[in-house]
Design a protein around this ligand. Sequence first.
Ligand code: ATP
Length: 257
Amino acid sequence: MSQTSEKLNPAADAILQLDNIEVIYEKVIFAIKHISLQVGPQAIVALLGANGAGKSTILKAISGLIPAQRGEIVQGRIFYQGHDVTQATPAQLVSQGLVQVLEGRHCFGHLTVEENLLTGAFVRRPSAKVLSQELEKVYNFFPRLKLLRKNQAGYTSGGEQQMVAIGRALMANPKLILLDEPSMGLAPQIVEEIFEIVHQLQQTQGLSFLLAEQNATVALRYADYAYVLESGHITHHGDAQTIASSQALSDSYLGKQ
Ligand code: ATP
């Protein structure tokens, strides 16, 4: 396990790399500082930390959503597939396969499950044939969504809405998915089901995931690598097993750095 004072070597094969990122909201609120991290190809990487540690801010910095929150990336650079995307817009990133699933799921409640999924393909404007193939692919991973496809999304359960949100991201044909708190407010059995699908997507589709989680126990069981955050800084990082068996988490969550 490493302390973060160590400089990361730029990895030629990293799908995502953050170098020394700093974000300020409303010109005065420092949310994250000196954030350097990497996500390898076909890897699940976890961002762990308590409420307000800066997990969502990191994901939003990557996906181009910081300006929409009256924030600014004031320092550092973000590379996706080797290209500098620090100032890229969310639409540009989605079209390149970098998609975020926001915290709280954000389904269109008045649309059906299937209509929600279809909105995910909007950026690519695929043919009707490709669209129906991709829907089938999503339904293969989430058979429950196929059963619910004509139901209004707003009347489905929290777990089903999380599945819709991930399914919608899949419709954009992603290479990297940023998942914000997928376990939030869900029963343990559903959380397990969702993480199992994330694992399958990694294994069978070669997708990479960067996931922000307060539920470190479950995240570390599925992640390959983890970064622990406290007050906007990375305090520890290492392979998931090492982090799970170390004091890093309890120190960080209890503020004993
Ligand atoms: P949570 O799990 O509660 O979402 P988090 O680890 O994702 O926590 P962030 O939401 O990234 O943390 O918040 C990091 C810091 O930035 C917090 O101090 C928070 O109050 C602040 N912050 C987040 N969003 C904004 C915003 N839009 N404007 C001002 N401050 C913000």
